[in-house]
Write a protein that binds this ligand. Structure first.
Ligand code: URA
Length: 271
């Protein structure tokens, strides 16, 4: 195998793998899976290669995948379980036990929430990425750093804001969660908001805005205008849809729009 020495080429290849979802090194040393294993014993090494397996030989049994099949029954179960949670801690324990969403089986950690559950301000993003999955906390990667700066701009930090996501497990390779996965996770985030009872809710980006405001309208039309999230119990929570920090990292010219939205949030919290 030829070693790649150009650091730029190496970086490009690694980011290609990361984008494709292969973001973990399984072993310290790269292994050539195409070569025949070399024995330590010189006699064995000199021996001819073993004859290929006969076609009739049965293949060794594969372990069954642990993932549950996401279906409507799981969504119904999620709705019933979420209703049972009487506190934020209970909801977290129920989610930690719930195995009806395939995403749980590929994620390393449950990413439940961060910040102060007593805060008046709650922000909801889409789904954890790699860094969040590793740490079990929302918004701790690059977009999280930007979110922290956006909060600081209105005089807040994670002790005066509460942060969660629609989806509490990282989708493999950061793919979009499927509609069914989102439907299975929906009751949990809705109950989460209901238990936190924030005075102001902020939806970050398209998926959480569409889900929590029950709309098909895009974020570019909705951002900057107050809307209402209505909980199952009938609480009406003023909600500001705004641009997702990951989007702002890719489109820095739009930071001024998010800045306007955050000013409106600050004014609302001062009322
Ligand atoms: N993007 C999200 O929507 N949530 C996170 O926790 C991190 C990145």
């Amino acid at each position: 195998m030829t070693a790649i020495r150009d650091p730029r080429m190496l970086r490009d290849i690694l980011s290609f793998y990361a984008d494709a979802g292969a973001d973990e090194a399984l072993e310290e040393e790269a292994r050539d899976h195409l070569s025949r294993p070399q024995s330590e014993d010189p006699l064995e090494r000199a021996a001819p290669a073993p004859a290929p397996r006969r076609a009739a030989e049965p293949a060794p049994p594969r372990p069954a995948p642990p993932a549950a099949v996401p279906d409507e029954a799981q969504a119904a179960r999620a709705r019933a379980l979420a209703r049972e949670a009487g506190s934020i801690e209970e909801l977290k324990a129920i989610l930690a036990d719930f195995d009806g969403c395939n995403l749980k089986h590929t994620a390393k950690n449950l990413v439940f929430a961060d910040g102060n559950p007593e805060a008046e301000l709650m922000l909801v993003g889409e789904a954890p990425g790699r860094e969040e999955d590793l740490q079990g906390l929302p918004f701790v990667g690059r977009s999280g750093k930007l979110l922290d700066r956006m909060l600081a701009a209105i005089g807040r930090d994670r002790s005066s804001a509460y942060i969660s996501n629609v989806i509490p497990w990282r989708p493999p390779g950061n793919r979009d969660p499927s509609p069914l996965e989102t439907e299975i996770c929906r009751p949990f985030i809705e109950r989460h908001i209901e238990l936190v009872r924030p005075r102001v809710l902020v939806t970050l980006g398209n998926p959480s805005t569409k889900l929590l405001l029950n709309t098909r309208e895009g974020i570019m039309r909705l951002r900057g205008t107050w809307a209402v999230h209505t909980t199952a119990g009938g609480q009406q929570i003023p909600t500001m849809p705004t641009l997702h920090p990951a989007y702002l990292l890719r489109n820095p010219a739009h930071k001024k729009l998010a800045w306007r939205d955050f000013l409106a949030i600050r004014i609302k919290l001062e009322e």
